[in-house]
Design a protein around this ligand. Structure first.
Ligand SMILES: Cc1cc2nc3c(=O)[nH]c(=O)nc-3n(C[C@H](O)[C@H](O)[C@H](O)COP(=O)(O)O)c2cc1C
Length: 312
């Protein structure tokens, strides 16, 4: 499961594990907030006793801050540290970090090296392709990261300009895997169904795939892809949504959790044939009892048995 800012907290990950996910990331954690220990770092970094594997993701573009942040992370227990070289959102790229840093290869490598000098964790990086018509810039960045000891590379097959939508350039991901046969390359972008998963595996030639938007509101996709399991029944759907929000309450307390749960419940409702009124109701959830009432009344307009997500 991909790092997803505002989503992949412990509650989200526990829900994903129950649905077959095995490898997960924290959302990106800003080096400056970590270095100066302000903001909501504690919850973002919280690892459950039950989490066998957890990668932490760091974002930033200042070598001194990244060094400080990496030293702070050394006080904790993670399976690996992933460096973000792909985030395109304005608040990140305006500081020269994320996708902006990925495009500035020399500086990106200096930052990665600074982290590698102090971190006790195996290091990986997650990037976007740098040019959709020419593999060379992407390969140059990957070669530098590999030379600095990157243990795996996640390649999102879209450029910075395409944010999270649009065509995925499988051929560039394929070139990366071909050039670095000894490094696991994790292919990412646009996988939201068995068909798109098959296409990604075949066209990128990667045996590892990272899921992101495809599992938002649809964590059952992990098992569907790994084991061919059917989509959830209405009862399984209800139980999972309730589990997810209950875990959020354990993390944040009821008032804050229910506010945050509105977007989560909205994702679970989307595309499954529920009446529009339920989605409106999800925007007003305030206490857990509101969710219980919503789930009790949730009946898809048509269909019985499993409730497949309709992709648009
Ligand atoms: C809401 C949202 C939050 C994201 N947060 C992060 C993040 O914290 N770190 C990161 O590397 N990528 C982040 N991404 C990018 C995803 O990990 C992934 O690379 C991207 O969505 C493409 O995969 P997909 O087409 O399967 O969704 C985020 C994407 C979305 C939609």
């Amino acid at each position: 499961m991909a790092p997803l800012s505002g989503f992949t907290d412990l509650a989200y990950r526990r829900t994903a594990y129950r649905c077959g996910c095995r490898y997960a990331f924290t959302e990106m954690v800003d080096a400056a907030s970590l270095a100066y220990a302000n903001g909501n770092g504690e919850v973002l970094l919280k690892r459950g006793d039950d989490e066998k594997f957890l990668a932490v993701q760091l974002v930033g573009a200042d070598e001194t801050l990244l060094t400080k942040a990496a030293l702070k992370l050394n006080e904790r227990d993670f399976s690996l540290l992933d460096f973000n070289l792909g985030c395109p959102v304005p608040k990140v790229v305006k500081k020269g970090a994320g996708a902006a840093l990925g495009q500035n290869i020399d500086h990106a490598l200096r930052c990665f090296e600074a982290i590698s000098k102090v971190s006790k964790f195996p290091l990986t990086a997650k990037m976007r392709i740098l040019d959709e018509n020419d593999p060379e810039p992407t390969l140059k960045l990957c070669a530098g990261l590999a030379a600095l000891g990157a243990k795996a590379l996640t390649v999102h097959g879209r450029t910075r300009e395409h944010f999270y939508t649009g065509e995925v350039k499988f051929s560039i991901i394929r070139e990366v895997q071909a050039h670095f046969p000894d490094i696991p390359v994790i292919a990412n972008g646009g996988v939201n169904s068995p068909e798109t998963y098959r296409q990604m595996r075949e066209r990128s030639s990667c045996s590892r795939v990272m899921l992101a938007q495809g599992i938002m509101g649809n964590p059952w996709l992990f098992r569907e892809l790994a084991a061919g399991s059917p989509p959830p029944t209405l009862e399984q759907w209800r139980e999972t949504v309730f589990f997810h929000v209950s875990e959020m309450i354990a993390l944040y307390g009821e008032a804050s959790a229910m506010r945050q749960a509105r977007k989560i419940v909205h994702d679970y409702l989307k595309g499954r044939g529920f009446p529009a009124a339920l989605r409106a109701e999800a925007s007003t959830l305030t206490v857990l009892d509101d969710l219980k009432r919503l789930l009790d009344r949730a009946e898809p307009v048509q269909t019985s048995g499993t409730i497949r997500k309709i992709l648009n």
